[in-house]
Design a protein around this ligand. Structure first.
Ligand code: 26M
Length: 820
């Protein structure tokens, strides 16, 4: 009775210790003396999972009751990527049993942090977009909005990065190898997904014309559920990821019944669909498997939503009253055509009604302005895999273009620009256009980005449907990115203003009066110093580079991309190096430069930039003239877990993309809410961060968006800057001469040539303003009191950038749902 219940749900250290030993014995088949570190981790994970179960089940019950009363709308977040990060620590935090669990482990002679560190994170995303999806899931649960996250259970997530001889090497990510205690397979809830083949048009019994899709094959989707508990345990939502498997009884004509080997081959082919995450943060046109992945998870998810509705007695006609679905970029945008197909072909709903339901259901979030990153599929390939959807896209387009021609009579160019089909050369289906037409709302992810969407990338759609356009500036969850990852700072803050900030981040404002308090400043500095100490240890262990925790920690961690300009940061390092070589006795502020980030495996220039960083590190770190005053480290395999160790230790956050390129950025927020000051351009959410923290607490430099456009129009000539700026020339010449590559003058030639000739990201134009701004940073760092004051004010004013605020805005403006 009582004892039994405590084993599964009790939260005292004794209950937890007992439950842990039970799970070690019954789930892992081990006793302490025989247990590996992973056995111990698994036993603890099961212990925590048990404590989630009650809340998870209660959640489903509550859904059912509310659904039956037709009193709620459920949010479905459709995303090809989720990056949840390690679950154990976060669940302990959200359950409120972190300290009790630490004590329980101590009683048994184990170290909780070591067990938490044992977890391999699910790397089911590339970067910002996937991580945003997971921050939103955390916030949805915390602010009590019933929601599903729908996505793909990739068997191999984003590759693990190793650095060999300064180059990136990709290793397959076997994240499931040691088991995943957080997921629950639900094979009974499988869905069938059709692929390929052709369509047949026929008349039904009532003489209505109907369409039947005769696929070439069918695969099955099996859902794997992971609980997502809100902070304080309010509610527990579900992350439902689909794995592809072969259909058990497969009896299509072209299937060779009884041929065992063919059946096995079919199984292998089916499972390929969810085998691996595409490691690019830009689409490649024409990758058939990618289109199949997108369609696969969308079809499974929409069918699942209809199934749940049906189970609760809802007809497909009230789909839009029960659900709202957000498309995380265009990756799931085939959902517009798929919902139409399900309603019209499979549930006999009239086209007009189905279209109304579809538009009401979907919202579309755009995450990029880079025109080359807008997804489009060759019409032929699209039709091969999704013959019925191509017909539906054509029909949507026909009706839409009629509307366009009414609005802009005689303007055929406008019609061609808006068309869902790009006919300017090879024919393509434009997925962003499908999303804009099929959704009731379109939004960008920061104010500047949303403005640029309206005036540039989606200008014609904005002209046509101005009321559809919104901005929802991104945010990040303060649970993972402050409370969990920076416990020292969290304790210091809660000690003076209480812990309400964890769910009401605006309360951080209460720190402002302490910004000038010398005693508080001293504690603030001590926290930062200890965090830097921890990171210094990590850097030493991972890279062998010994760094000085008293130096200024200047950090840039994010995917490698030319537009993010990691190489501009490198030019600054080389400039400081050259100064110290010329005047070895000069008095400089010692700095530690930390980089981290993965390059897409096929992106040669990004990989060369990694090599450059490591080459510069090799020279600078060992030069006796530098005497440790400059240190450079490239932390391999940057991911959520590493991020949690990096952001708390930063003094300076590098957000130096060319203005107009970074949609929002979210790392910028994580740094700032952990007390780093930002050096940045007026790009993405930097604009709003600066607005919030105050211009005097932000190091701004560089061209503005309009200046970039003007300079492009005038003709950007890198040579002019090179010829007239001796410091820039010296930095470039050092690279070109082979100074950092053992005399090999060829190694970095492609990079130098690019910068000198046709650099789209205008490094040289921003070089001197960046160097000058960095000199202001160093000067400011010498005044530790004022630096600390600025750091405190940064944290105090970051309330806006909680993902709770972002999700509330989606609820009000786009989803029209109210937190329960
Ligand atoms: C698409 C098709 C095929 C293969 C891959 C893709 C693809 C995958 C991820 C394309 C883009 C992807 O991600 C883009 C991304 O992460 N964008 C970032 O989104 C963040 C959250 O809104 C923003 O903060 C960043 O500024 C933005 O770059």
């Amino acid at each position: 009775g009582e004892k039994c219940r405590n084993i599964r749900t009790g939260s005292s250290p004794d209950d937890i210790a007992q439950a842990f030993l039970d799970n070690l014995y019954y789930a892992q088949g081990r006793i302490p003396v025989l247990a590996t570190r992973n056995d111990l981790y698994m036993a603890l994970a099961y212990t925590v999972r048990d404590r989630l179960a009650a809340r998870w089940v209660a959640q489903m019950q509550q859904f059912r009751r509310a659904e039956l009363k037709k009193s709620i709308k459920v949010v479905c977040y459709l995303s090809a990527e989720f990056l949840p990060g390690p679950h154990l620590g976060n669940n302990l935090l959200n359950l409120g049993i972190y300290d009790e669990t630490r004590q329980a482990m101590e009683q048994l002679g184990y170290n909780l942090e070591e067990l938490i560190d044992q977890e391999t994170e699910p790397g089911l995303g590339n970067g910002g977009l996937g991580r945003l999806a997971s921050c939103f899931m955390d916030s949805l649960s915390t602010i009590v909005v019933p929601a599903f996250g729908y996505g793909i259970r990739y068997e191999f997530g984003i590759f693990d990065q190793e650095i060999r001889d300064g180059w990136q090497v990709e290793i397959t990510d076997k994240w499931l190898k040691l088991g995943n205690p957080w997921e629950m397979p639900l094979p009974e809830l499988c869905q069938e997904v059709k692929l390929g083949g052709h369509t047949e048009h026929y008349q039904d019994g009532q003489g209505r014309s109907r369409v039947r899709w005769i696929p070439a094959g069918v695969v099955e989707g099996i859902p794997y559920d992971t609980p997502i508990l809100g902070y304080g345990g309010n509610i527990c939502n579900t992350l439902r990821l689909w794995k592809a498997e072969a259909v058990e009884s497969f009896d299509f004509q072209d299937f060779n019944v009884g041929n065992y080997y063919a059946a096995v081959e079919e199984k292998v082919k089916s499972e390929t669909i969810t085998k691996v995450l595409y490691p690019n943060d830009e689409p490649e046109i024409g990758k058939m498997l990618r289109l199949i992945q997108e369609y696969f998870f969308v079809s499974c998810s929409l069918q699942d939503m209809i199934r749940i509705g049906k189970m609760l007695g809802n007809s497909p006609e009230c789909f839009d009253q029960r659900y709202v679905a957000q498309l995380n970029d265009t990756h799931p945008s085939i959902a517009v055509a798929e919902l139409m197909r399900l309603l019209v072909d499979e549930h006999d709903v009239a086209w007009e009604k189905a279209w109304e339901i579809t538009q009401n259901t979907f919202g579309y979030t755009n995450h990029t302005l880079l025109p080359e990153a807008l997804e489009k599929w060759p019409v032929e390939l699209f039709g091969q895999i999704l013959p019925r959807h191509l017909e539906i896209v054509y029909e949507i387009n026909r009706r839409f273009l009629d509307q366009v021609r009414l609005a802009f009579p005689g303007d055929e160019e406008q019609a061609a620009r808006l068309s869902l089909i790009d006919e300017s050369g090879c024919r393509y289906v434009r997925m962003a256009h499908l999303a804009c037409v099929g959704c009731h709302a379109v939004n960008g992810v920061a104010k500047l980005h949303s403005e640029l969407l309206k005036s540039e990338v989606l200008r014609d759609f904005h002209e046509m449907f101005p009321e559809k356009f919104h901005n929802v500036t991104n945010g990040v969850t303060p649970r993972r990115w402050m409370a969990l990852s920076n416990p020292r700072l969290a304790a210091l803050i809660s000690g003076v203003i209480g812990d309400g900030w964890i769910t009401q981040l605006d309360e951080l404002r209460k720190l402002e009066p302490f910004a000038d308090d010398p005693a508080f400043q001293e504690k603030w500095r001590r926290v930062k110093r200890e965090n830097k100490n921890d990171l210094a240890t990590l850097i030493l262990n991972r890279t062998g580079v010994a760094v000085d925790p008293d130096s200024l920690f200047d950090i840039q961690v994010k995917r490698l991309h030319e537009y993010k300009r990691q190489h501009l940061n490198v030019l600054h390092i080389i400039t400081l190096y050259a100064r110290l070589k010329r005047y070895p006795a000069s008095d400089c502020v010692p700095r530690t430069f930390v980089f981290g980030g993965k390059a897409a495996p096929g992106y040669a220039m990004a990989k060369l930039i990694i090599k450059l960083i490591n080459s510069v590190a090799g020279v600078v770190n060992t030069d006796p003239d530098i005497r440790g005053r400059l240190n450079v480290a490239f932390l391999p395999d940057f991911n959520v877990k590493t991020g949690q160790q990096v952001y708390p230790a930063a003094d300076l956050s590098e957000q130096i993309s060319l203005a107009g390129e970074e949609a929002s950025g979210t790392g910028n927020m994580k740094f700032s809410m952990n007390g780093a000051l930002t050096i940045g351009t007026l790009d993405g959410a930097n604009v709003e961060i600066r607005e919030e923290v105050g211009a005097e607490n932000f190091f701004l430099f560089g061209l503005k968006v309009d200046e970039v456009e003007e300079l492009k129009a005038r003709g950007y000539d890198p040579r002019k800057y090179y010829d007239s700026n001796p410091a820039l020339r010296e930095a470039i010449d050092l690279i070109r001469s082979g100074h950092f590559s053992g005399g090999n003058a060829q190694l970095f030639a492609p990079l130098v040539d690019l910068l000198m000739q046709r650099d789209n990201y205008m490094l040289f134009a921003d070089y001197q303003p960046y160097i000058d701004c960095q000199d202001r940073v160093s000067a400011a760092f010498r005044d530790q009191q004022n630096w600390t004051r600025m750091s405190i004010l940064n944290v105090a004013r970051m309330g806006k950038f909680s993902s709770d605020r972002a999700v509330r805005e989606y609820c009000d403006m786009i989803w029209k749902v109210q937190p329960v």
